[in-house]
Design a protein around this ligand. Structure first.
Ligand code: HEC
Length: 170
């Protein structure tokens, strides 16, 4: 099943405490599936993963590997593991190429920037902290205070960053 539909179904079953009457379903497999959801113990995902799945996954893909020529990989990326301020900056304001990832030029078929994410300090910290310990990345957490500091330092910023401005090569 489509993963977004599956998510919506799980939320609906939980919220309404649905317990299926088998006769309500066209196929027994459907009744079994809803029963399984309704009785499953809740799994608490890291709040950063929830944000990644809702916001970043569309472009950077479920395993963070991106799509060649369109979206760069976040797996073991020097942008993700490197300077926290730079990572916060691109999440707040976006990034317009050309860029390099791990010393390799990331060639896009057509120029496509990363848009600003519109997250608050806590959400930005959560998603970046989760990202920095996922997909082969291994870097210390980022706090909401770190994000607030970067946000304040660039409060007037209203356009995408370029790699050159961030001192990240090009
Ligand atoms: C609409 C598509 C889109 C979404 C949504 C998006 N990104 Fe990106 N991201 C891009 C593109 C495109 C680039 C490369 C920009 C360029 O080369 O001009 C990029 C670059 C990056 C980079 C630097 C390059 C690298 O490979 O490490 C990081 C880090 C990153 N994104 C993190 C995130 C995070 C975290 C989120 C969610 C909060 C996110 N992105 C959501 C499209 C997206």
């Amino acid at each position: 099943m489509d993963k977004f539909l599956d998510y919506a179904l799980k939320q609906a079953v939980k919220a309404r405490q649905l317990m299926p009457a088998p006769s309500a379903f066209a196929r027994p497999a459907h009744a079994e599936y809803v029963k399984k959801i309704a009785t499953a113990a809740p799994v608490a995902a890291h709040p950063g993963k929830v944000i990644y799945d809702a916001l970043c996954l569309n472009c950077h893909q479920p395993e963070g590997k991106g799509l060649p020529g369109i979206y760069p990989s976040l797996a073991a990326s020097d942008w993700v593991n490197g300077d926290p301020a730079r990572l916060i900056q691109i999440t707040l304001h976006g990034l317009s190429g050309p860029i390099q990832v791990n010393g390799q030029p990331f060639a896009q078929a057509a120029p496509l920037p990363m848009p600003p994410m519109g997250l608050d300090d806590r959400q930005t910290a959560d998603v970046l902290t989760w990202l920095r310990s996922s997909f082969g990345n291994d870097a210390p957490p980022i706090t909401p205070a770190d994000v607030a500091k970067v946000r304040a330092a660039h409060a007037a910023r209203s356009s995408f960053w370029t790699a050159e401005e961030l001192g990240a090569g090009r």
